[in-house]
Design a protein around this ligand. Structure first.
Ligand SMILES: Cc1cc2nc3c(=O)[nH]c(=O)nc-3n(C[C@H](O)[C@H](O)[C@H](O)COP(=O)(O)OP(=O)(O)OC[C@H]3O[C@@H](n4cnc5c(N)ncnc54)[C@H](O)[C@@H]3O)c2cc1C
Length: 427
């Protein structure tokens, strides 16, 4: 635990140092570029951009370049603004308001460079560099944006999703075998393509002898993500939320203050159970009345816990909901708890109770399960990975399967069609 805390602090320190270096580098780039420009006659007389618009290499859209070059006054103003913005940037970073105004200006400049001059990679690198100056609240707001339209729930329960997939497959002549745990690839019938909906640990269990040692090592080192203890409630009525607006929300994050959220998540990251854990609760009845008989309701919730936890958090989760909905406890008709360890017994992909198919940092979302040019293609010919352990990661969007299917169709069957075109009713 002490080691985990030391590791967390070292990682935070390295992260902050890296951000500082990138920020400093951006200031040097802008400052140096502006000083160089200020000494050049074409920038001094405002014609630099006019010339660039006439160089073949930078005319990605000739008609657009010609029409921009038709406005020499605007072009001259942009040239001057560019020099002033770049000169000012290293100083503006110390002023909050000016910094954001210049960042917006520079963002516009980079986007224009990408489109007009046809050098998007350069622009993307500069925009990513600029983004280190954005405040934490911006990134937090981005995360919050994902919640503004709510999270969908399947009418009739999540089983409806599995039923729809099974129906589609059967209608195309496919057969489904359930209740059988596959323990080795050798058990499977011969096929041109095999798509494995498994975790890195699952892939190792099925085929480690056929995989190269480097890939095996990388799979073993793949981080696990977040583990949960799930609690389902049958209720005699809707949850009596203290804040009335909560009664209209499908998904609620029950954690209290920011400090409480940090403390709870830190405890779990350090391998401890939080006293008041981060609880995510869903009341599907808000949009789907089929979930419970008239007048009754359901609520499901999960709490973040350490990996492999065997603890029954039924009481802890009930108390956390009760905190925000006094009287909730009296409505509970039945409670069903699935501790993290039991989640794995139910679904081998949920290793240790993890439900995200692997780490969820920006890096691990893109590079999952291991850094590889094509993460869906395993080193075994004709065997593909299609689970949430591949990009773009967890949730029931199905895109991991779409990408894996595209590879299998192309490489094993020579078909280059987008797999979604084969689906009869794409949502
Ligand atoms: C409690 C909980 C709440 C969630 N809430 C949401 C939510 O609100 N919204 C959302 O979008 N996502 C949610 N998720 C995440 C979502 O369910 C997963 O990201 C998604 O199902 C992953 O899809 P998958 O195809 O990779 O794996 P899975 O859906 O897990 O399917 C893999 C299947 O393969 C089977 N399998 C694995 N190994 C073997 C083997 N060796 N032999 C035979 N069968 C095997 C498993 O039993 C399982 O049936 C939640 C997950 C959990 C656990």
């Amino acid at each position: 635990m002490v080691l985990a805390e030391v590791r967390r602090r070292v990682v935070t320190l390295m992260h902050n140092a890296a951000i500082l270096v990138i920020g400093f580098q951006m200031c040097v780039i802008y400052g140096a570029a502006a000083l160089w420009k200020a000494q050049g006659p074409v920038w001094e007389n405002g014609t630099a951009l006019y010339y660039i618009l006439h160089i073949d290499w930078f005319r990605a859209w000739p008609a657009l370049s010609d029409s921009a070059a038709d406005h020499p006054t605007i072009i001259a103003v942009i040239a001057y603004v560019t020099v002033f913005a770049q000169i000012g940037f290293p100083f503006a970073v110390f002023s909050k308001r000016l910094k954001y105004a210049l960042l917006v200006l520079l963002l516009g400049m980079h986007l224009s460079i990408a489109v007009l001059l046809g050098i998007p990679v350069f622009s993307a690198v500069m925009i990513i560099g600029d983004s280190v100056f954005l405040p934490d609240t911006f990134w937090l707001a981005l995360g919050t944006l994902a919640h503004t339209v709510g999270w969908p729930v399947a009418r009739g329960g999540s089983q409806a999703i599995a039923d729809a997939l099974a129906k589609e497959l059967r209608e195309r002549g496919g057969t489904i075998v359930t209740g059988h745990r596959v323990r080795s690839l050798a058990e499977l019938p011969r096929a041109r393509a095999i798509l494995l909906d498994v975790s890195p640990a699952g892939l190792l269990a099925l085929a480690s002898a056929d995989l190269p040692p480097g890939y095996v090592r990388a799979l073993r080192a793949a981080p696990s993500g977040v583990a949960v203890c799930k609690v389902d409630f049958a209720l005699s009525g809707p949850v009596p939320w203290a804040a009335p607006d909560c009664a209209r929300a499908g998904t609620l994050h029950l954690v209290g203050t920011r400090e409480e959220a940090i403390a709870a998540e830190r405890a779990v990251a350090a391998g401890r159970h939080a006293e008041r854990p981060y609880v995510l609760a869903v009341q599907p009845g808000v949009v789907d009345p089929t979930r419970a008989p008239q007048g009754r309701d359901t609520l499901y919730a999960y709490a973040h816990v350490p990996f492999g936890s065997e603890l029954d958090l039924g009481e802890v989760v009930t108390a956390q909901v009760e905190r925000f909905a006094p009287g909730f406890r009296d409505l509970v008709l039945a409670r069903h708890v699935v501790p993290a360890r039991a989640l794995e017994e139910h679904n081998p992909n949920c290793v240790g109770g993890g439900f995200t198919g692997g780490g969820l940092s920006l890096w691990h979302t893109a590079m999952r399960p291991v850094p590889r040019r094509d993460p869906y293609v395993t080193p075994i010919e004709g065997v593909y990975l299609c689970s949430a352990s591949t990009p773009p990661g967890p949730a029931v969007h199905g895109m991991c399967g779409v990408h894996a299917a595209a590879r299998a169709l192309r490489q094993c069957f020579g078909i280059r069609t987008d797999p979604l075109r084969f689906v009869s009713n794409p949502v």
